[in-house]
Structure formats: structure tokens, C-alpha cells
Design a protein around this ligand. Structure first.
Ligand code: AMP
Length: 410
């Protein structure tokens, strides 16, 4: 596979001092309605690339989208407050350009001294960003000499600031994007076998491509969460009032057949934990998966099922995890996810397992389980992580890997 040019190739250039570099970051951090950042993990992960570019004397312009302003200016989605947060995390001045194209962007970049940083306003304030419009890419690229992409989480979108710039500027992979690619390669492209996947969460309909691709790649696939209910119901097992997607029964049969054809073992829970309602409870009931009463709902994997998952983890060398095994926001239905995830973390720390997790609610579930720190790699990319696991080409990565421009176009 062609690899993207590493950051070192840019840092070692003789004219890096004073070079104008655009860094595509993902500053789209979760914020409260009052604008307070709920989780700064994405900012923390950008620090190595920012620091190294700045230390090398580059003049760094940070580009990002924020929210969904639909191609129009929207003060509530300005990146200005995020620039201030970044400045305090870095303990370094970070200026702000009121637009990512035109005069503000040109002068903003020109006014930087070697090693200085600026954040440019939300790229999605322009319709050309999401349209990946050539004229817009040209204006966007104008102030810069080189492009570094460190936003894996936005790489599944062919937008001007992700895919487009990599066609117009000499382009390089940032440290965090590189790390993400390496982690994903380890689990799916060149895994040490046996390899297993845990896929949980609410619905099969959102994870069909993921399931089909994983079946062809892994030795064991654990199905958990609400998805497992639909599997059991499709097999004719009564599941009471549990979450179930009846329209997916045919797909479930296709998945089971595909698993058989690929020699992939599918693990469904043999016992489950129940409640009368989707709510916390201090009196959960557990039973065999085949004995769920009509008026109850499955909200977690049972102790026997979790033990089986632990045994599967114990005999695996590589693990990829997406989605919780139960309704982990509710007590005690977080227990299954907690026990299995903590065991995966222990095996990883003991050097017996390579474990990678990400997508959707997974990071929250593993953090809640006090297991995230033990995993080999936790992806903060939602859609991009899933699309990679689905076997899809991520356009921004594809262009980054194939662009070999030495000089900016135009
Ligand atoms: P996803 O975003 O698809 O990974 O789904 C995560 C959601 O699945 C969480 O909000 C869980 O509460 C939910 N979930 C997991 N297991 C169940 C279940 N047995 N019944 C209902 N919801 C569930």
C-alpha cells in the first residue's frame, strides 16, 4: 500500500523555517449548550504535531470545521473560543483569522513569525468546503506552502479542507493521523491471529457493512447490546419487550451464513440481564437467553455470556471493539461491558493482546468502564473509524497517500 508522506519529510526540509503550513485539525470537540468543552481529547492529540511544526519554525495555520453551519456564517459555530482554549492548553499565543479564505487568511498567515500559530475560522462557513469545490480549494490553499492532515476523524469526507487541499499542496500525515492509521492496520490489515471483534450497540441497521466486513476478517465475532436481541429473535427465540429490528431478520440470516462460509465463529449471549423498563434498577434479573419473560426486556449480557467473551479474549491476540454490550448508561446494565472491557485491558497491559476500540458510544463506554487507558489504542474518530472497519476507502487518506507534489499548484 502507498503510504502518506510522514511529518518528518516536511520537518527535515531545508526551508521549513518560516514556511507557511496549513494543518487540518479536528477542532470539532463536544461542547455544552453554554459553550464549555466537554472533552478535549481531540485537542490533546493534536499537540505533538502542532508543537513539532512550531519548534521547527513553520508558520502554522490551523484549519477545521465546527458543527454544521450549512455553508453560512454562524457566530455560535465560530472557532474563536476553541482557539483560546488551544492557546491555554499549549501555553502559547494562538491568534485567530476571521475567515479561512481571502484577505483575513492571507494577512493572518503572512503576519505570523516563524513558529507562531493561528486558527482560521470554520471552513464550513463556505458552501465550497462540503462541495469540495475547485475554486474554493484554490482560494483556501492560496496562503499556504504545504499541508499537514492530522484529522483522521474527518477523513471519510471528501471536503475541500480534507481531500481537496491534498491535491493542491505538498501534503504530509500528522502524528495523530499516522498513529490512527498504524493502529487500524495492525488490527485489520496485518493482525496477529486469532483476531476477534466485539460489536455491540443498539441497532444492526447502522452496522450492516461493518458486520459483513468483519466476518471476512476475524476469527470470532461477539455480538452484543440491542443487536444481539435481533439476532436471537431472527433465530426464533422469544425476547419479550427487548429492542428488536424485525426488518433486519433476512440480513441476520445472511450474516450468519456469511460467517459460516468464512469460518467466523459468532458469539451470541447465552444468558442475559433483564428489567421491566429502560431505567436504572437495583433488582435486575438474569436468565438464560431462551427464557426471557414476555413482559421484560434484555438490557445486558449475563454472567455466563461475559465469561465466554473473556475466554474468547484470552485465546485471541488481537481485538477490535465497537459498541457496548448493554445499556451501559444505566445501572447495573453497564456490568457486562465493564467486566469484558477491563479484562481486555488487563490482557493488553500484560502484553498478551493488541486492542483497538472506537466509534460511536464506544469511547464513552470504555471510559465509564475504567478500561480505556489499558487499550492499545482508542480512536476518537466516529464515522471515519467505522468506515475504515467497513473496508471503505477514506477519500482524504487516499489522496494523502497518492499525492507526491513537491510544490504548491497555482
Ligand atoms: P451505538 O451507538 O450503536 O454503539 O449504540 C449505543 C447504545 O446502545 C447505547 O446508548 C446503549 O444504551 C444501547 N444499547 C445497548 N444494549 C442495549 C439493549 N440491550 N437494549 C437497548 N439499548 C441498548
Amino acid at each position: 500500500m502507498t503510504t502518506a508522506r510522514p511529518l518528518d519529510d516536511l520537518l527535515s526540509q531545508s526551508d521549513i523555517q518560516g514556511k507557511k503550513v496549513f494543518l487540518r485539525a479536528d477542532l470539532n470537540v463536544p461542547v455544552t449548550p453554554q459553550g464549555t468543552i466537554r472533552d478535549a481529547t481531540r485537542l490533546d492529540r493534536l499537540l505533538p504535531t502542532i508543537q513539532e511544526l512550531s519548534d521547527a519554525g513553520a508558520r502554522v495555520g490551523i484549519l477545521s470545521h465546527f458543527g454544521r453551519p450549512n455553508g453560512e456564517k454562524n457566530a455560535a459555530m465560530s472557532l474563536k473560543p476553541i482557539a483560546q482554549t488551544l492557546s491555554s492548553i499549549l501555553n502559547k499565543e494562538v491568534s485567530f483569522c476571521a475567515d479561512c479564505i481571502g484577505h483575513p487568511a492571507m494577512t493572518g498567515m503572512d503576519n505570523l513569525a516563524a513558529g507562531e500559530l493561528t486558527v482560521l475560522e470554520n471552513t464550513r462557513f463556505h458552501p465550497g468546503e462540503e462541495a469540495n469545490d475547485e475554486a474554493f480549494i484554490k482560494s483556501l490553499s492560496a496562503p499556504a506552502d504545504a499541508f499537514v492532515n492530522d484529522a483522521f476523524s474527518a477523513a471519510h469526507r471528501a471536503h475541500a479542507s480534507t481531500e481537496g487541499l491534498a491535491r493542491f499542496l505538498p501534503s504530509f500525515a500528522g502524528r495523530s493521523l499516522q498513529k490512527e492509521l498504524e493502529a487500524l492496520e495492525i488490527v485489520l490489515a496485518h493482525p496477529t491471529r486469532p483476531v476477534m471483534a466485539v460489536v455491540g450497540g443498539a441497532k444492526i441497521s447502522t452496522k450492516l457493512d461493518l458486520l459483513f466486513n468483519l466476518i471476512s476478517k476475524v476469527d470470532t465475532l461477539v455480538i452484543g447490546g440491542g443487536m444481539a436481541n435481533t439476532f436471537m429473535a431472527a433465530k426464533g427465540i422469544a425476547i419479550g419487550r427487548s429492542l428488536c429490528e424485525e426488518s433486519m431478520f433476512d440480513k441476520v440470516r445472511d450474516i450468519l451464513q456469511a460467517a459460516q462460509d468464512s469460518n467466523c465463529e459468532i458469539l451470541l449471549p447465552e444468558d442475559v440481564v433483564l428489567a421491566e423498563n429502560f431505567a436504572d434498577t437495583d433488582s435486575p434479573v438474569s436468565c438464560q437467553a431462551t427464557e426471557v419473560p414476555e413482559d421484560m426486556m434484555i438490557l445486558d449480557a449475563g454472567p455466563l455470556a461475559v465469561n465466554k467473551i473473556k475466554v474468547a479474549i484470552e485465546r485471541s491476540k488481537t481485538l477490535v471493539w465497537n459498541g457496548p454490550l448493554g445499556a451501559f448508561e444505566l445501572t447495573p446494565f453497564d456490568e457486562g461491558t465493564k467486566i469484558a472491557a477491563q479484562f481486555a485491558a488487563q490482557q493488553t497491559i500484560a502484553g498478551k493482546l493488541v486492542s483497538v476500540a472506537g466509534g460511536g458510544d464506544t469511547v464513552a463506554a470504555l471510559n465509564h468502564s475504567d478500561a480505556a487507558d489499558g487499550f492499545t489504542y482508542i480512536s476518537t474518530a466516529g464515522g471515519a473509524f467505522l468506515e475504515w472497519l467497513e473496508g471503505k476507502t477514506l477519500p482524504a487518506i487516499d489522496t494523502l497517500q497518492h499525492n507526491r507534489l513537491d510544490k504548491r499548484l497555482g
